[in-house]
Design a protein around this ligand. Structure first.
Ligand SMILES: Nc1ncnc2c1ncn2[C@@H]1O[C@H](COP(=O)(O)OP(=O)(O)O)[C@@H](O)[C@H]1O
Ligand SMILES: [Mg+2]
Length: 250
């Protein structure tokens, strides 16, 4: 049986700028099921990162409700992993140590930590690079480390804010396939923010289309195609065009 792991009700968010109030999110309602892959697309500035930061608990100044497993989100915690466009690895720590940072506040024993780290290095396909430092990795490899760090403490949700936005098209394509495989393997709920409609449709069970000023959910498109998906399938192509049409009218 599925249940809503995340439930957002009547969410409003505004920023105070000079004397003006800037409403960034307006009446967002969204229920996300356990294990779902949700893509959120919208043009730059429509409030995607703001929404993700609120879900992460990085910003507690909002109106409405954000419930994770029926409990209001009050602060950042390890139940929600976060991945950004930049990998945010510490340059003076090697890969093993960087991933281990996400386990510092946990109750795992030293042995459990070591085996969790190795398991996740394997999941993202970086065996052999355990002792490498971030500057010795390509952009795509560094982003794999960030994914491993985001997953290693077994969060309920992984939040990804344009994680492949800074990578070249080829690497981005590879990592999209990898992310799909990892999602299937971990059976974890993922929320991916992107401005790449193809990426959103390829990966998402549902694609949330946002409009801007103020940010609202304009439409939700179901992508009822089983994973792993073929990028070139006709069905996916049709759904991508449907989503593109929606975006054009924002
Ligand atoms: N801390 C802040 N203070 C004031 N305005 C902000 C702040 N963060 C974001 N904004 C504004 O909120 C809007 C949405 O930003 P953001 O969520 O980053 O959009 P997106 O991620 O979709 O590009 C933008 O107009 C941005 O300028
Ligand atoms: Mg953003």
């Amino acid at each position: 049986m599925t249940f809503s792991v995340l439930s957002i009700k009547k969410l409003n968010k505004s920023f105070q700028r000079d004397d003006k109030t800037l409403t960034v999110l307006d009446g967002i309602n969204l229920d996300i099921q356990q294990g779902e892959f949700i893509s959120i697309v919208g043009s730059s500035g429509c409030g995607k990162s703001t929404l993700l930061r609120l879900i992460a608990g990085l910003d507690q100044d909002y109106q409405g409700e954000i419930l994770l497993n029926k409990t209001p989100i009050r602060e950042p915690d390890l139940k929600r992993g976060l991945i950004f466009q930049e990998h945010r690895l510490l340059p003076w720590l090697n890969i093993t140590e960087n991933i281990g940072l996400a386990l510092e506040e946990t109750a795992f024993t030293q042995n459990e930590k070591q085996s969790l780290i190795q398991e996740h290095i394997n999941i993202v396909g970086l065996q052999g690079f355990e002792k490498s430092y971030p500057h010795q990795l390509s952009g795509g490899m560094a982003q794999r480390v960030a994914i491993a760090r985001g997953l290693v403490n077994k969060p309920d949700i992984l939040l990804l804010d344009e994680p492949f936005g800074a990578l070249d098209a080829m690497t981005r394509g590879h990592l999209q396939v990898e992310l799909q495989r990892i999602w299937q393997h971990e059976k974890i709920t993922m929320i991916l923010v992107t401005h790449d409609i193809e990426e959103a449709v390829y990966l998402g069970d549902r694609v949330i289309i946002m409009s801007a000023r103020p940010g609202k959910i304009k439409n939700i498109i179901d992508i009822p195609i089983t994973h792993p998906r073929q990028r070139s399938s006709d069905a996916l192509f049709k759904l991508r065009n449907q989503a593109l049409n929606q975006l054009d009218h924002i």
